[in-house]
Design a protein around this ligand. Sequence first.
Ligand code: PMP
Length: 431
Amino acid sequence: PYNGPLADEILQKRQKYLGPSLFHYYKKPLNIVEGKMQYLYDETGRRYLDAIAGIVTVSCGHCHPDVLNAITEQSKLLQHATTVYLHHAIADFAEALASKMPGNLKVVYFVNSGSEANELAMLMARVYTGNLGMIGLRNAYHGGTSGTIGLTGLGTWKYPIPQGNIHHVVNPDPYRGTFGSSPGGYAKDVQDHINYGTSGKVAGFIAETIQGAGGVVELAPGYLEMVYDIVRRAGGVCIADEVQTGFGRTGSHYWGFETQDVIPDIVTMAKGIGNGLPLGAVVTTPEIASVLAQKIQFNTFGGNPVCSAGGLAVLRVLDKEKRQAHCADVGSHILARLRSLKEERYENIGDVRGRGLMIGMDLTKDFKNKTPGTELAAEVFERLRDVGVLVGKGGLHGNVIRIKPPMCITKEDADFLVDAIDHVLATAKNR
Ligand code: PMP
């Protein structure tokens, strides 16, 4: 049993010594002391089904034995030496990652987070094209560093600092977007921004294929194909942010961008790539990568032996355990059950969307006008915890329940999750 510090003591220390911008889930925050595959345990030993995976970070499962073993064995041998020396772990990992990429996406840069990956991608786009302007989507999240805050298209994350030559185009949101699920109007907005707001040339375009923090919004089908063409004609490169959608989570494909039948010029990844290790990567073509050779691009911890050994183990586990197919299987089961709750029982469920184990339930106050059900979502979120299920919350109005569990979740867990949602909605005060 756990006999470390309890929640109140930790919270007090956090409030005293950590930055006030940190937020915690739940009115009475949860003290998590252990994780095992798809389950988390609190200080009392109570077990929770983890349906958000550290905001889509735990891919194989909490403390997966193979990943743990790889990290431990590598830690005993060598934790750090930087890329100024040779070490096989970084090279083996880069080779394995490149083998997962389509087309000519064969050159890898390792970094330590998603924000860093997107910073580097934006730098590459600008240096390669010689242009400055970037295009991002409204409702996107790409990071919280001073450069990526500019790319992010959600006001809740933006501090008043220079946002650096970035145009935010109308979001191709099939449920709430102006043009519904047809991509033409949204793509025209990209062309309009280029025509009216730039010299006619841009550095690049960045998008998540399914928006995560924005509330699991899957881009209108056909959108990326149209926009990649527009952006490339304006001299720009196309960046896919796979920080949440990569590594088979969408079930139908290994990478989110493949669901839109495009091949990006630069792909950024983090979170699930490390199953909890601080690890990110940028993968691009040899031609684009070569422009960074005019100066030095160096990252002390990028591709360190421990994270590289762990990351390689993650790739192997996902293959060995056939997690992509599993995400498709369990994900479609959850989606089907949630859709029947929407059709048969709860008008407040405005939309059920996503792919594989990247699922969103958009709650509304009034389903006809799609008024965001912010209070209802807060209540559902809080009460799911009481019955032992941890989900996420997202969207600008916080009205989307996000379901993105570790990929090892079983069908029984999935049924428990949907039964819990059903129970909580049936008794909700804010419906
Ligand atoms: N891109 C996306 C799509 C993300 O969801 C996140 C993190 N939520 C990031 C980038 C930034 O990653 P990090 O927090 O590791 O910097």
